[in-house]
Design a protein around this ligand. Structure first.
Ligand SMILES: [Zn+2]
Length: 262
């Protein structure tokens, strides 16, 4: 006799559902989108999200997992909680203003300053940036201390990291402290990264439509390449004025997806 579906099966099925995921990074870091993004919680072990009202706290599961794991390492090292700023929008795609990448849920900005003494949602919304470079003297400011070095080192050691963008003077300081550490080549000198560093993860394995960036050259990158960045200060001077909004051509899968409201 037919007795219908055993409710136990339903319970089991619903229990298994979160294990399935359609998460995917599509396209390039500066022309793409993301599917089934996860939100980084506002606070957790070793981190706080800042400027949450922008709703740029969505990333691919691998990045959210990376940030939460980094938070745990930060706490284990007895460093103050890190401040996580822009990740990506829920569907990814280009921001209305600000940086060009952060489109596929694989990029995240982490601030170098210590958190404010109070971490209420309002404080975390309005926390000002602290520049770690004295641009007129072209030296690191006294705020750049060992704890900043340790944070960058912890962030760079994870093999999921493709590269981390830091100001050339910060890369130089890391080279001076960590000598020949194999992860130093993931630290890429780039102007504009003096109050935060920008972590970029590799395409997650299996994301067929995710466009990887070229591998970084072997070696620490502490030699002549860094020297040329330090010498060339032209890019260090802010051009001032608003840049035109960046509107790249997105992959076909992204075009309608990004245009829809969340
Ligand atoms: Zn960034």
């Amino acid at each position: 006799m037919y007795k219908g579906i055993n409710p136990l099966w339903l319970v089991l099925l619903v229990g298994l559902m979160p294990a399935f995921s359609w998460a995917q990074a599509v396209g390039g870091y500066a022309a793409g989108c993301q599917f089934d993004a996860r939100a980084l919680p506002a606070s957790g072990t070793g981190f706080h999200v800042i400027r949450s009202s922008r709703e740029r706290f969505y990333g691919q599961p691998t990045l959210i997992n990376y940030l939460q794991a980094l938070g745990k390492k930060v706490e284990q090292a007895q460093l103050p909680p890190m401040l996580v700023a822009d990740i990506a929008m829920k569907r990814g795609g280009p921001f209305a203003y600000g940086h060009r990448s952060h489109q596929t849920g694989l990029d995240a900005d982490i601030w170098l300053r210590t958190p404010p003494t109070q971490t209420s949602p309002r404080q975390l919304e309005n926390v000002p940036a602290v520049d770690m470079v004295n641009h007129s003297l072209y030296i690191l400011s006294p705020q750049f201390k060992d704890q900043q070095r340790q944070l960058i080192a912890l962030a760079a050691q994870d093999p999921r990291v493709s590269r981390i963008f830091v100001h050339p003077l910060i890369k130089q300081a890391m080279c001076n402290t960590y000598g020949k550490a194999p992860w130093l080549n993931r630290l890429r000198p780039w102007f504009g990264h003096s109050s935060h560093f920008h972590v970029r993860l590799h395409c997650p394995p299996g994301d067929k439509h995710c466009e990887p960036q070229a591998k970084v050259a072997p070696g620490t990158g502490c030699g002549s390449e860094l020297a040329s960045w330090i010498k060339d200060k032209s890019g260090a001077i802010s051009s001032g004025g608003a840049r035109k909004p960046y509107r790249p051509v997105l992959p076909a899968q992204c075009q309608r997806w990004v245009a829809q409201k969340p």
